[in-house]
Write a new protein. Structure first.
Length: 118
């Protein structure tokens, strides 16, 4: 199960292939199945928090890098209102990233309770 986001086997991502111009950005992005496999391994080895992180990461692979970074920025304290964070959670739910949406909602509640939202 070592495939790139593009579906190319990782062993085909070589320096020669890069030099030949055969490698695309999706050839060096992680495939969500790889992250889900890592989540399974983490869970089996008694690390449920790491497993949850890998599952959320798998969800986020469907978003653009720019959108992931914008969400990360929005989650920093005093960068967003509770309503802004709820809008992000709704967007994530619509994209099928339900575990990540739940985390954003949890952050919004914590920010509200600690006066960390704008």
């Amino acid at each position: 199960m070592t495939i790139a986001r593009s579906g190319r086997p990782v062993d085909e991502v070589t320096l020669d292939a890069v030099r030949a111009g055969e490698i695309t950005p999706d050839d060096v992005r992680i495939h969500p199945d790889t992250l889900l496999h890592q989540a399974t391994v983490a869970q089996e080895h008694g690390n449920p928090q790491l497993a949850a992180n890998f599952r959320r990461a798998a969800e986020l692979t469907q978003l653009s890098d720019d959108r992931v970074m914008a969400i990360y920025e929005a989650l920093r304290p005093r960068r967003s209102s509770v309503a802004d964070l709820e809008a992000i959670a709704v967007e994530l739910d619509a994209a099928g990233a339900t575990a990540t949406a739940a985390l954003v909602r949890e952050a919004a509640q914590a920010y509200r309770a600690r006066s960390l939202a704008t």
